[in-house]
Design a protein around this ligand. Structure first.
Ligand code: SF4
Length: 356
């Protein structure tokens, strides 16, 4: 395994922006076979969890086998994507800190120049693991907190421990300060539901973590988990208005792999309703352009969501089409330019089998 030089922050930011615009361009054009790799790969390092949040499919019924990713499969995936995929998120369903080798995974990916992210309910952090957060080279740590009050936390995080969670988040921030560590980027995330006031929640969070504020506080509206949870907050006012139906960019943007190697439809597909292939034997970037992936892109681009059991009740397509024509042109140009640049450098993906 060869270590790669870290990019400067500016180069990384520009590259991410061009990549994102290119993905939008590919989605808007309806590209079915991607010559660009995914921008991000989600790995379900485990499908088990240590708490029982009532809104999460891991609690309400995953309808598939639960397990933990084997190290050999992780290494195979990393070998397939290192140097091609810029970002790896080591979570999907389940709590990533339950994996005994989670920080070995982070270190291995990091050593090969992959930007790594963990999203955790915090409770399994220990002093030793907090050390590993910094020593492993982790780029981003996001705390799935769901406070701000103890009463709300206990309702949403069944089986959790509010005081412990707050204490551990503060401890991570203290250690970051003590070490003068630039990484990981830290975020606290709260999912808010209908009738709640995210501004007030943010104010309360700022009070609780006043001396130990993370880099970001994120108030996130509840989404539908690919249609499983119909009390979602986002885009409700758009549902049913055809002019608001947009193209979901997920199938062009990111790849989500379950603990047993299945590549599911998107990172909301916890129930594994749509399988694009399995990476235990097939190369990851071959599955990225599998016939099933091509079909998914075709249907989503045509906005035929009703034909996909995965997407039929999802809130994401109702985001509304806010792209101005200038922006669309910029996205299309970014896509063309990015593909041309990668073609010159010989870093586009090989031509796959076309879906008939
Ligand atoms: S529309 Fe389909 S692919 Fe997009 S987020 Fe929803 S379920 Fe996933």
């Amino acid at each position: 395994m060869s270590a790669r030089k870290p990019r400067s922050k500016l180069v990384g930011a520009v590259r991410r922006a061009v990549w994102s615009a290119s993905i939008s361009g590919a989605a808007e054009r309806g590209v079915e076979v991607m010559t660009l790799p995914p921008r991000e790969v989600f790995l379900e390092v485990t499908a088990h969890c240590n708490i029982k949040c009532p809104m999460c499919p891991v609690t309400t019924g995953l309808e598939r086998a639960r397990g933990t990713m084997r190290w050999e499969l992780f290494e195979k995936i990393l070998d397939d994507v290192a140097g091609k995929v810029p970002q790896m998120s080591l979570f999907l369903a389940g709590e990533p800190l339950l994996h005994k080798r989670i920080f070995d995974m982070v270190a291995a990916a990091s050593a090969r120049g992959v930007y790594t992210r963990i999203h955790t309910n915090v409770l399994l952090l220990t002093e030793e693991k907090i050390g590993k957060v910094f020593d492993s080279g982790l780029d981003e740590l996001s705390f799935s907190f769901d406070g701000p009050t103890k009463e709300r936390y206990d309702r949403v995080r069944v089986g959790g421990d509010y005081d412990k969670c707050v204490r551990l988040i503060k401890r991570v921030m203290e250690v970051k300060r003590e070490r003068r560590a630039g990484k990981p980027l830290t975020k606290i995330q709260i999912v808010y539901f209908a009738g709640e006031d995210p501004a007030e929640q943010e104010r309360q969070m700022r009070e609780i973590f006043a001396d130990n504020l993370p880099d970001e506080l994120k108030m996130v509206p509840a989404h539908s988990w690919a249609g499983e949870y119909q009390d979602f907050v986002r885009y409700r006012e758009n549902v049913g208005k055809e002019e608001k139906l947009s193209i979901c960019h997920m199938p062009w943007d990111r790849m989500s792999i379950t603990w047993d190697g299945n590549v599911v439809g998107c990172c909301n597909d916890f129930l594994a309703r749509y399988i694009n292939g399995n990476v235990k034997t097939a190369p990851v970037l071959e599955v990225w352009n599998s016939p099933a992936y091509q079909r998914l892109r075709r249907s989503v681009h045509r906005k035929e969501y009703g034909s996909l059991s995965l997407c039929a009740k999802c809130d994401v397509p109702w985001a509304g089409d806010s792209s101005a024509s200038l922006r669309r042109s910029a996205n299309a140009a970014a896509y063309t330019g990015f593909v041309a640049w990668r073609t010159l450098r010989g870093t586009t993906l090989p031509e796959p089998r076309r879906d008939g």
